[in-house]
Design a protein around this ligand. Structure first.
Ligand SMILES: Nc1nc2c(ncn2[C@@H]2O[C@H](COP(=O)(O)OP(=O)(O)OP(=O)(O)O)[C@@H](O)[C@H]2O)c(=O)[nH]1
Ligand SMILES: [Mg+2]
Length: 258
């Protein structure tokens, strides 16, 4: 879904909390995990982001030059961008721009195999996309010279926003309903097995070996692999502690910075 090669961008703000040895390390791992090649990287210190394009004018030009030179198809920001900043950057750079959240959702969408994980990802994607659709239609309403978007006027963009909003809401309601049903079923399944057991959770950074440990301690069945977000759902099995004692062990989705 994403293009072959990317330029990565990271803006260091006064309150940013990055790994000082390799600030772009985690984003690079995420990008590679999505099957995208890293063509170039750009870091920038700023006191605060600048409105429409997040980066200042000079930096946007430098970035545009890098994109052309490196023939990159996409620019990926480690910082979270607003819908209008994404749009402003795409216009200035003439290529696709995504931020960290969208990248992670893209990876999750490709990894999700169970119905539950697929539902969770689609819900997150819809919630993420909805405000961005709005920015796009508002923009179209302006450039096509449609009715002005002022108070009390309803240009074509405005109508489209209403339609999109309704479609998104209906789809979200349906997905959430299905998810609640699955969660209820799983809950009953697990409850019937753990009546007399404690449950212990395996938590930690993604790709740190949780599922491998889970498989070693229980009858297994968890998918373990050298990649970020191999596990996209929880899995519960009995952990035999010896001496006739047992507890339930839960494998979980790994976390990343933030
Ligand atoms: N060297 C070494 N490698 C390990 C160890 N435990 C797991 N691995 C490897 O690390 C990789 C990730 O293991 P997983 O068990 O999938 O890690 P995870 O924490 O479940 O990762 P996610 O589900 O993706 O968040 C796999 O390639 C494992 O073979 C260990 O103790 N030593
Ligand atoms: Mg795992």
């Amino acid at each position: 879904m994403l293009s072959e090669s990317a330029v990565l961008v990271q803006v260091h703000l006064p309150d940013s909390d990055f790994d000082h040895h390799d600030p772009l390390g985690e984003l690079r791992a995420l990008v590679e995990s999505a099957g995208v090649k890293v063509a170039g990287e750009l870091e920038q210190n700023m006191k605060q982001p600048r409105g429409a394009t997040y980066l200042g004018k000079g930096k946007v030009e430098e970035l545009g030059f890098m994109v052309k030179q490196l023939k990159a198809g996409v620019v990926i920001f480690d910082n979270d961008l607003s819908p209008s900043q994404l749009k402003g950057l795409e216009e200035a750079l003439g290529c696709k721009v995504i931020d960290r959240s969208e990248l992670i959702l893209d990876i999750f969408a490709n990894r999700a195999t169970t119905r539950q994980a697929q539902l969770q990802v689609e819900i997150a994607q819809l919630q993420y996309t909805a405000p961005r659709l709005r920015a796009m239609w508002q923009h179209l309403g302006q450039v096509t010279g449609g009715a002005p978007m002022g108070v009390g006027t309803r240009g074509p963009g405005e109508q489209q926003i209403e339609i999109d909003r309704r479609i998104v809401k209906e789809r979200l309601d349906r997905l959430r309903g299905e998810l609640v049903e699955i969660a209820g079923r799983k809950e009953r399944e697990v409850a019937s097995r753990r009546e007399s057991h404690f449950t212990v959770g395996l938590v930690g950074y993604t790709n740190s070996g949780k599922s491998t440990l889970f498989n070693a301690l229980t009858r297994g069945g968890a998918f373990a692999n050298d990649q970020l977000f191999a596990t996209l759902g929880t899995r519960v099995e009995e952990w035999n502690l010896g001496g006739g004692n047992a507890c339930m062990l839960s494998d979980t989705v790994g976390f990343i910075r933030d």
